[in-house]
Design a protein around this ligand. Sequence first.
Ligand code: MG
Ligand code: MG
Length: 320
Amino acid sequence: MTEVGTLLTSEGSVGTIFDRALGAYLGLAIGDALGATVEFMTPREIAHRFAAQGGVHRHIIGSGWLKLPPGQVTDDTTMSLALGDALLRGERLGRRFDTQLIAEAYLAWWRGKPVDCGNTCRRGIQRFLRDGSLSGPPNEGDAGNGALMRNLPAVLATLGDDDTFERVSLAQARITHHHPLSDAAVLGMGRLLRALLAGADGQALARHVAALVDAQPAFRFQPYPGRASGYVVDTVQTVLHCILLHDDFEAAVTTAVNFGEDADTSGALVGMLAGARCGARALPQRWLGRVNREVVQRITDQASALVAIALERQAVATIN
Ligand code: MG
Ligand code: MG
């Protein structure tokens, strides 16, 4: 039985896993909303802009290159919500983990005119629209972080089942990104999230991070190279650096977004892992209270429904 599987043997643990799953999903949105303000800025520009508060960006104020209202999230969160919707729709239709439904959800998301959409995501969605393909060919240009940033719902819905976790994660990823580094990041980060949802402590987290870097040495991050671009290697290095440097949610996410560049995505992913670690109840209220209410509601609904899929599958597997 997996780490998650053993958690399901007591009532209290089920409550804990729901709290961690919600913490991860809300943490993703918080990091996205905080980081969007400084996306594409350099650390030096951020320090200058926020000189009046010690040179550190630390409040959810919106604005940024997308001119967002405070608390609005970007593609990192809204593509995750699209994936979550597709997985839940699959349950309702009796088409569990159907990649076609995921691609349709990404297309509907794109047609809804999101505030932003990365080039590789757009290209993949347009390819699906054109010829119905659910995966592009391997492509040197697909090593961005767009598939990585949105994989959380696939992790939640497949808890306790390694093979299905890998299959669904790679299927959703390759609709837009087909590159070994993207694949490795999606699976490696997903495994970290699974470990934290199962209650991994600091030592266990360090072991999982070491395994991730062993499996793909391009992700080595010590000493930290200090780049936080949309290249998936930079993103993974930044996320690993921040999550190991700080136990505290606020410190980890603040550090991530102040590296600038793809700040919303590194903020989102650090928020996801740190939120899984601390649980929803421990998230800083001064940030959570600023996130768009509708987004918080959708996340709350999805988090429990996605974990419920995993629990139901586990229960069926146990009975059989
Ligand atoms: Mg974004
Ligand atoms: Mg971004």
